[in-house]
Write a protein that binds this ligand. Structure first.
Ligand code: ARG
Length: 411
């Protein structure tokens, strides 16, 4: 009996060729595992194709709920966004996929796990580092990195073995898609000066085509997790999909980013993430209301670190676990409702309220009922400004401080 390899199978050309190649080159029996994290592909057709192409077994795992609850919402609570721009749909799904691959590999007694990533991207790193953490002794194979075939040669290989080649659509984009967003690269997008053609975007309308009439929606959070839309309780998946629809219709969610890859190259990628951008903005607004200034300032540093951890494939590390514990603690009172206005490509927070709000009207108001003791401000400023005043007197650096000093000493 041949040894088994578990392959992350998407149904695309590379992973289909990989099934054949792993068998031909190393004599492995391939168990194809397709993990559904919310792409629009038909998983039963993907499973059929795996078997047809030569897998000894094909498994489809619906991981949508785990993806939302354990990864997407963990990232949302942390405010995670890479280089302040990319909500990391692709990056976030990788550790979950790696976990499922590892579980299946151990169950099946497989000797290795294989993935279809090339040697230039972040995803190979994310898969392999996650597998290293979950099954440190597991062998990992990356056929597409090893076989050294060009795209044309891969197609010829596929044709030789009767592997169906997806009809060429004319534009050669590479697309990764899941619940949290779409990632699109290659083709004309490799020119960072070229405006993305309209066909690149599927989820978010062009702001110019968005309805003139704005739409409003209220998002309710419980401990940092969104639980209702317009007062209607929803599970995470339904809530995200509903937001994709509303925000996308109003032209919210298009992202055009030249990012710094972990493997040292800058790359240009187009993202669509209508729900992610909306939820990140709403969540931030609720934190603005419920976290104290020092909490918010410190959390920002954790946000930055957490974002890099996700992007760099370090989900399954002690450092990430520790930071998640910190993030969860910050979310204790991040409950309440945020009101959003969608209009012509904009997603604007226009209202927020929380039973744990730190906003005190009697302190903030300029109207009747003001309880802020303005006379205390003078003493506060005296002490707060004291080191500035002292330094200006003793070490003048601004024109007028030195002039004053010269005038004074000249007399
Ligand atoms: N650059 C993104 C990341 O590293 C997305 C990668 C996948 N993109 C794609 N078009 N297949 O997370």
């Amino acid at each position: 009996m041949s040894e088994k390899v578990v392959l992350a199978y998407s149904g695309g050309l590379d992973t289909s060729v990989a099934i054949r190649w792993l068998n031909e080159k190393y004599g492995y029996d391939v168990v194809a595992v397709t993990i559904d994290v919310g792409s629009e592909k038909d998983s039963s057709a993907v499973k059929e194709k795996a078997l047809q192409v030569g897998a000894v077994k094909a498994i489809v795992v619906d991981a949508k709920k785990a993806f939302v609850d354990d990864y997407i919402f963990a990232a949302l609570k942390a405010g995670a966004i890479y280089e302040n721009t990319y909500p990391m749909a692709t990056a976030l799904a990788r550790p979950l996929i790696a976990k499922i691959l590892t579980d299946v590999a151990l169950e099946e007694g497989a000797v290795a796990i294989a993935h279809g990533c090339t040697g230039k991207g972040n995803d190979q790193v994310r898969f392999e580092v996650a597998i290293n953490a979950l099954a440190p002794n597991m062998k990992i194979l990356a056929p597409a990195r090893e076989w050294g075939m060009t795209r044309e040669e891969t197609i010829q290989y596929a044709e030789r073995y009767g592997i169906p080649v997806p009809v060429k659509s004319g534009h050669a984009y590479s697309v990764d898609e899941n619940i949290w967003g779409r990632s699109v690269e290659c083709g004309i997008l490799e020119d960072p000066w070229a405006e993305p053609p309209a066909e690149v975007y599927i989820w978010a309308k062009s702001p110019t085509d968005a309805p003139d009439m704005p739409a409003y929606c209220e998002i309710t959070f419980e401990k940092g997790v969104p639980i209702a839309l317009d007062g209607k309780a929803m599970d995470g998946l339904e809530l995200i999909n509903t937001l994709h629809e509303i925000a996308g219709t109003h032209g919210v969610g298009r992202i055009d980013h030249v990012e710094n890859r972990l493997v040292g190259i800058k790359s240009r990628e187009i993202y669509e993430a209508p729900a992610a951008l909306t939820l990140l903005a709403a969540h931030q607004a609720l934190e603005d209301l419920t976290l104290a200034k020092d909490q918010a300032r410190f959390k920002l540093k954790v946000t930055q670190e957490f974002s890099d951890i996700i992007y760099n494939g370090l989900w399954f590390t002690a450092n990430r676990v520790d930071l998640s514990a910190y993030v969860d603690s910050t979310q204790r009172l991040v409950s309440g409702t945020v009101r959003i206005k969608f209009s012509k490509g904009n997603c604007i927070v226009v209202g927020r309220r929380s039973p744990h709000s730190l906003y005190a009207h009697n302190l903030a108001t300029y109207e009747k009922g003001d309880q802020f003791d303005q006379s205390s401000a003078a003493g506060f400023i005296y002490i707060f400004g004291l080191p500035v005043k002292t330094q200006a007197q003793l070490q003048p650096i601004f024109d007028n401080t030195s002039e004053k000093k010269d005038e004074g000493s000249g007399k």
